[in-house]
Design a protein around this ligand. Structure first.
Ligand SMILES: Nc1ncnc2c1ncn2[C@@H]1O[C@H](COP(=O)(O)OP(=O)(O)OP(=O)(O)O)[C@@H](O)[C@H]1O
Ligand SMILES: [Mg+2]
Length: 371
């Protein structure tokens, strides 16, 4: 058998066989590749299925941790790694209807203890609030109608003050007929009483006097420079001492904004011994009126006495304004202190140093004395 193209029949058979072999190899290759792909697809699916399982299980664990933290917060699970803080519902959604001001304290939350002092505002009590000792300032029972506005004015001033030498305002009760100002409690009371305590003699060296003066000047500098406030009633009864003998300013009932400087006539004035002549005369005054009061406090610190021997306030006010009298200069006092004091009570407000200048002078004095 042959082919008429002239190719020998044996060679035709070889070519056909080779062709069949090539086709078979290609076919086998295709089948193998398909199988591999199928396996790979299955593998991927398995991996995906596995990770999806893991995520589901982690989510489940987190959910159970969350629910255990929220439902039973009082019994914390020691093996729990993930703890959600419990949020008090009242904090999470503050209700404006409960309290208009964030500084408002409800009367039911304060505990009144013994009376520690009485002032023109009313009585001051030691008390408790939120587990701490506090001072509670309560106005007298028969308060005039316009008093509420004055009370709010003092509260408004106090909410803005944040300084280590200013007594810390904690809040106020504004329920009708139950007004009160809540302050940090200062154990050593006011400077006026401290100076009259025989115990204070032991600690009242010039070093301590300078420290007290620096504390007061720091608080006053903050009021004038940072807050634009004139204290107007700086005196030893309005200076409080803590257990470490740090001095803090209190009582902002008469404080006024510096911005109204030119309108500040004697609509209200502090205590005559400490009041600057320009305020007594009803003239315009500025923050230097507080520097005058500081001079009288410095005199008190040095003498531990009452200015003008406790003579009637009105008589003193008249003589300060009319005759320019000042407390008698102590004979035993170093010149530096006398110069400082007399420059602070100068008749002319402009000649008095500012509290910034005063602080520099006090620091220089402390350095010179090697305190
Ligand atoms: N935070 C406080 N901690 C301890 N004692 C205080 C505190 N606040 C006031 N006091 C005491 O109460 C006295 C009167 O306080 P404060 O000056 O604030 O009231 P006031 O009625 O305005 O007095 P005044 O008008 O006579 O100056 C102080 O001199 C001091 O003895
Ligand atoms: Mg006072």
């Amino acid at each position: 058998m042959g082919c008429d193209c002239g190719v020998p029949p044996g060679e035709v058979v070889v070519v056909v066989m080779l062709s069949l072999l090539v086709i078979a190899i290609i076919a086998v290759n295709i089948v193998v590749q398909r199988k591999v792909h199928k396996l790979e697809m299955q593998d991927t699916f398995l991996v995906r299925q596995h990770s999806s399982f893991q995520i589901q299980s982690i989510t489940k664990q987190i959910r159970s941790l969350l629910s255990s933290a929220q439902v039973r917060p009082e019994k914390p699970n020691r093996t729990t790694v993930f703890v959600m803080p419990k949020v008090f519902p009242s904090f999470a959604a503050p209700s404006k209807s409960k309290s208009v001001n964030d500084w408002e304290i409800k009367n039911r939350d304060i505990k009144l203890m013994e009376k520690v002092a009485s002032g023109s505002f009313g009585d001051v009590y030691r008390g408790e609030w939120c587990g701490i000792q506090v001072a509670i300032k309560k106005p007298s029972k028969n308060i005039p109608e316009e008093f509420f506005a004055k009370f709010l004015e003092e509260v408004e001033v106090m909410t803005k003050l944040h300084h280590p030498n200013i007594v810390m305002f904690l809040g106020a009760c504004i329920e009708e007929d139950k007004l009160a100002i809540v302050l940090e409690y200062l154990d050593r009371g006011c400077l006026f009483d401290f100076l009259r305590d025989p115990e204070s003699e032991k600690v009242l060296s010039y070093r301590t006097i300078l420290k007290f003066a620096v504390d007061i000047a720091r608080g006053m500098k903050y009021l004038h420079q940072r807050c634009g406030i004139i204290q107007r009633d700086l005196k030893s009864r309005n200076l409080l001492l803590d257990n470490s003998l740090n001095v803090k300013l209190c009582d902002f009932g008469l404080s006024r904004a510096l911005a109204n400087e030119n309108k500040n006539t004697m609509t209200a004035c502090g205590t005559p011994y400490w009041t600057a002549p320009e305020i007594i005369c009803g003239d315009a005054y500025n923050e230097k009126a507080d520097v005058y009061s500081f001079a009288i406090v410095l005199w008190e610190l040095i003498t531990r006495d009452e200015p003008y021997d406790g003579r009637p306030g009105l008589e003193i006010a008249y003589q300060v304004a009319q005759d320019g009298i000042r407390p008698a200069l102590p004979k035993f006092c170093p010149d530096k202190y006398l110069t400082l004091m007399t420059s602070c009570w100068d008749e002319k407000p402009d000649a008095r140093p500012s509290f910034t200048e005063l602080l520099d002078r006090l620091h220089d004095m402390a350095k010179a004395e090697k305190f």
